[in-house]
Design a protein around this ligand. Sequence first.
Ligand SMILES: O=C(O)COP(=O)(O)O
Ligand SMILES: [Mg+2]
Length: 225
Amino acid sequence: MDFPYDLVMFDLDGTLVETAPEICDAVNDTLRDLGLPAVDQTQAERWIGHGTHELLIEALAFATGADAKAVRASESLSSTVGSFDKHYQRRCGTRSRLYPGVREALAFLRTNGVKLAVITNKEGRYTDTVLAVHKLRDSFDRVISGDSLPTKKPNPACVHACLHEFGVPPSRALFVGDSSIDAATARNAGVEVWLLPHGYNMGAPIEQCRPDRVIADFPALITKS
Ligand SMILES: O=C(O)COP(=O)(O)O
Ligand SMILES: [Mg+2]
């Protein structure tokens, strides 16, 4: 197959790896430490996409009934972040899984000389753990996390960094993601975006993001349509 891109940038959570089960576990471990009620996974999925720091703030606001602004300003936040960090590092890899066909699609693209990157809003220390436990790190030429650059998605700086590093023009690059954040990132950078429906997208249907294509799954990524 003649793949029409020289660079593919993948989102992580909800795109390459189903991470919500163990993220929800770590949130609930943290809430339990505080004597707060647990949340269900569907609820937690709506908070995935802006990085785990924002997710934790949303979870605390939801569980306490406070608004997110008050949670962000609270003195206890940094110790709660420390508690979440401990729980999430322990939970990473326990209940996440690669979506079907991920490894095969990455291998196919690599073999065809396509440069591959991960661009996630997840903080680097968690990205590293997730990629390591799923033996994915060596599949990528570049990994950009939410705290790698001064800005995160949907700011296009992360995409620009990849285009620059690999000397690829926007017309030869593709972003593959699962959310409106990914769609906005790609649009802001002037690259095409294909979205998968198996991820999170803050609970909204993926078609609403108006991607260039909705692809059913990873086999569809490398199958000529
Ligand atoms: O919210 C997160 O932690 C990361 O989400 P992303 O991998 O979809 O960017
Ligand atoms: Mg995602």
